[in-house]
Design a protein around this ligand. Structure first.
Ligand SMILES: NC(=O)c1ccc[n+]([C@@H]2O[C@H](COP(=O)([O-])OP(=O)(O)OC[C@H]3O[C@@H](n4cnc5c(N)ncnc54)[C@H](O)[C@@H]3O)[C@@H](O)[C@H]2O)c1
Length: 318
């Protein structure tokens, strides 16, 4: 592809996330959505009304086989990612896949193998991969500003599960592919793996609601030799909380609510003002487009990272 040609993107899955990416790709400098599919005809019709230039279908195979795509974005529930990704990769189509990469070990391995064989750009859409706060923590760690890193705490709290923006996604409340460990903790495993090294599970456990996904999760993990503790609850009376804290001997860092960064040198937490691009779907689409055109893949997880995260997440469900 030439350096300034727009990447022609197919989308499969037009629910909460697929709809968000479709909107993020509207008027995008690097991406144009040509074709999109969802199994649900009403969902397709809703998007046809807002983005009429896209060709729609209820048959995902038609997107995978389309002549007018360079890349495929997959935003179905995770158990369907593998079949679609592998089929696209066999055609040499680049793939931008939602997290978690897959649920079953065999599916994750198949995706990784297909990606290696195809040799095209493959990325997993972790929300923290290009956030300004994450890039700042990464810089500070590389500069040694934290001192020795002694541990990481992850605290997640959900008054309601599934959350309001995914209220229609009933699969999120099931045990087969749902639950907040897969849906949310996966982002923080990615972050920890990226900043500290591969994550190993020492001990992990879930408590389930009857016939539904987990209401509590606890984990003792290690990342590059550093202890990582997870505490998470759903269905509680309390504020929705996404907190990742890195404890250093000289300076500690809190990433709060995905994008707010606070530091402590031993006293109170002080907010850090982050200037420049904050990161989000439009910038991740731009980064993916650069990789599709043959450039380096920067601040985007590859399938190998996605598979490492999947294995950690699925250890909670073993
Ligand atoms: N990166 C992020 O920040 C982020 C945020 C939310 C969700 N996600 C991920 O995005 C994916 C989708 O989540 P969601 O919240 O949009 O779910 P959703 O249920 O709102 O949307 C999924 C859509 O896929 C459709 N679908 C189901 N099976 C299909 C198939 N085989 N082929 C085509 N369409 C199919 C459904 O009809 C639905 O419209 C999941 O992997 C989820 O974990 C990522």
């Amino acid at each position: 592809m030439s350096d300034n040609a727009k990447v022609r993107l197919g989308i499969i899955g037009l629910g909460a996330m697929g709809g968000h990416v479709l909107a993020s790709a509207r008027d995008h400098a690097d991406i144009t959505v040509t074709v999109a599919a969802d199994l649900d005809p009403a969902t397709v019709e809703r998007h046809r009304a807002t983005d009429p230039a896209v060709t729609y279908t209820t048959d995902p195979a038609q997107v995978v086989a389309a002549d007018d795509i360079d890349a495929l974005y997959i935003a179905t529930p995770p158990a369907f990612h593998a079949e679609l990704a592998v089929a696209a990769l066999r055609r040499g189509i680049a793939v931008f896949c939602e997290k978690p990469l897959a649920v079953s070990e065999a599916d994750g391995r198949a995706m990784l193998a297909a990606a290696e064989e195809a040799g095209v750009a493959c990325a997993v859409n972790f929300a923290l991969s290009d956030r300004a706060a994450v890039l700042e923590i990464e810089r500070a760690l590389a500069a040694g500003e934290a001192g020795e890193v002694l541990g990481v705490d992850v605290r997640l709290r959900f008054p309601r599960w599934p959350r309001a923006f995914q209220a229609d996604a009933r699969w999120l409340d099931g045990r087969e592919q749902g639950g907040f460990v897969r849906e949310v903790f996966s982002h923080f495993v990615y972050l920890t793996d990226r900043l500290l090294g591969p994550v190993e599970v020492v001990d992990a456990g879930l408590d389930y609601a009857e016939g539904a996904s987990e209401t509590a999760a606890r984990g003792h993990l290690h990342a590059g030799g550093v202890p990582v503790h997870l505490s998470a609850f759903a269905g509680i009376a309390g504020r929705e909380t996404y907190e990742w804290v890195l404890w250093g001997t000289r300076r500690s860092y809190t990433l709060d609510a995905w994008s707010r960064l606070l530091v402590s040198d031993g006293g109170d937490w002080t907010p850090v003002e982050l200037t420049g691009p904050q990161g989000g779907e439009p910038s991740r689409l731009a980064a993916f487009a650069r990789a599709v055109r043959g450039g380096p893949q920067v601040n985007l997880a590859d399938f190998a990272a996605g598979f490492r995260v999947q294995r950690v997440i699925e250890a909670f469900h073993a």
